[in-house]
Design a protein around this ligand. Structure first.
Ligand SMILES: Cc1cc2nc3c(=O)[nH]c(=O)nc-3n(C[C@H](O)[C@H](O)[C@H](O)COP(=O)(O)OP(=O)(O)OC[C@H]3O[C@@H](n4cnc5c(N)ncnc54)[C@H](O)[C@@H]3O)c2cc1C
Ligand code: FES
Length: 248
C-alpha cells in the first residue's frame, strides 16, 4: 500500500449518475488484484475532507479504471476532475479477496457494485474458468457498465426492475437458472446481498462488501461489519467475505 500521485487520463459521464475515471497509475495497475480498492482524495484542497473508497474496476496498460456513481459531495468533486489534473490515490487496499476454486462462476453486480467484480471476471477467465455476469439496476440508465461487458466479450444477463432493459425483475432471480455447482460472487446494495443470503439456494457464495470508510487500512474501525466470528473491518479483513459469515 502506498500513496500515489495519479494524473487523470480521462473522466467522463456514461449514463444516469455513472462516470468513468481513468488514472495513470503504473504501480497500482501492476499490483492490484481483483477485490482490492483505492482511497481517492477527490480534490487538491481541504474540501471535502477525507478520502472516498472505490474498487479498481479494470486495468489498461499503465492505467486503472474506476466506475463511480455521483451520489454526494465527494463524487461531485470527482466528476469535475479534468484530464491532466493530479490526485492522490492510496492503494491497493483490502486483504480478504476472492476465491477462485470451482470451474463455473456467476458474478452478480447490483448497479455500480458491478465494478467490484469486473477484474475478478477477467482473472477467472484468464485461468480458464467459465464466467457469466448478471447485472441489475432499477432501469436501463442504471446499467451504464453494459458497454464494458460487451467490449470485453463476457457472457451476461441484464435485469431491470421496470423492464426497460433485459429481463424485468430483481437480479436475485438469476439464481434459479444456475445450479449449485456455480460459485456465486456478488457486490451491490445491502438489500440485494441480504436477499441473496436469504435465498438459501445452496450455492457457495461470496460477498464483496461496501461500508463507510475513513482510513481504508484498518486503524479507525469505522467500517466494521458483524460476522459470525465477531466484528470485522471491511477494509482490512475484507472486502470479500463468505456470505454465510456475514450477519446483516
Ligand atoms: C471497498 C469499497 C469500494 C467501493 N467501490 C465503489 C465503486 O467502485 N464505485 C462507486 O461508485 N462507489 C464505490 N463505493 C462507494 C463510494 O465509496 C461512495 O459512494 C462514496 O464514498 C460517496 O462519496 P460522496 O462524498 O459522493 O457521498 P457522501 O456525501 O459521503 O454520501 C452520499 C450518499 O451515499 C451513501 N454512501 C456513501 N458512502 C457509502 C458507502 N461506502 N456504502 C454505502 N453507501 C454510501 C451515503 O450514506 C449517502 O446517502 C465503494 C465503497 C467501498 C467501501
Ligand atoms: S476504514 Fe478505517 S478501519 Fe476500515
Amino acid at each position: 500500500m502506498k500513496d500515489y500521485l495519479c494524473p487523470v487520463v480521462e473522466n467522463r459521464h456514461i449514463s444516469g449518475r455513472l462516470y468513468l475515471l481513468k488514472l495513470h497509475a503504473p504501480e497500482l495497475a501492476k499490483e492490484t488484484r481483483a477485490g482490492q480498492f483505492v482511497m481517492v482524495k477527490v480534490s487538491g484542497s481541504l474540501e471535502p475532507l477525507g478520502r472516498r473508497a472505490f474498487a479498481v474496476a479494470d486495468k489498461e496498460g499503465e492505467s486503472i479504471l474506476i466506475f463511480y456513481d455521483l451520489v454526494g459531495r465527494g463524487t461531485l468533486f470527482m466528476s469535475e476532475l479534468r484530464e491532466g489534473e493530479v490526485i492522490q490515490v492510496l492503494g491497493p487496499l483490502g486483504k480478504g479477496l476472492f476465491f477462485y476454486e470451482g470451474q463455473k462462476h456467476l458474478l452478480l453486480g447490483g448497479g455500480v457494485g458491478l465494478a467490484g467484480l469486473t477484474l475478478l471476471g477477467k482473472e477467472l477467465r484468464d485461468i480458464g474458468k467459465r464466467v457469466v455476469f448478471a447485472y441489475g439496476g432499477r432501469s436501463a440508465e442504471h446499467l451504464g457498465m453494459e458497454f464494458w461487458l460487451k467490449e470485453k466479450g463476457f457472457e451476461y444477463l441484464l435485469y431491470t426492475e421496470d423492464g426497460s432493459k433485459g429481463r424485468k425483475g430483481l437480479i436475485t432471480e438469476v439464481l434459479k437458472e444456475f445450479d449449485s455447482s456455480w460459485v456465486v460472487h456478488a457486490c451491490g446494495p445491502k438489500g440485494m446481498l441480504r436477499a441473496l443470503k436469504n435465498h438459501k439456494s445452496g450455492h457457495r457464495m461470496y460477498f464483496s462488501l461496501e461500508s463507510r470508510m475513513a482510513c481504508g487500512w484498518g486503524v479507525c474501525l469505522g467500517c466494521v461489519v458483524r460476522t459470525q466470528g465477531g466484528y470485522r473491518r471491511v477494509c482490512y479483513e475484507g472486502p470479500v467475505f463468505p456470505a454465510e459469515e456475514v450477519l446483516f
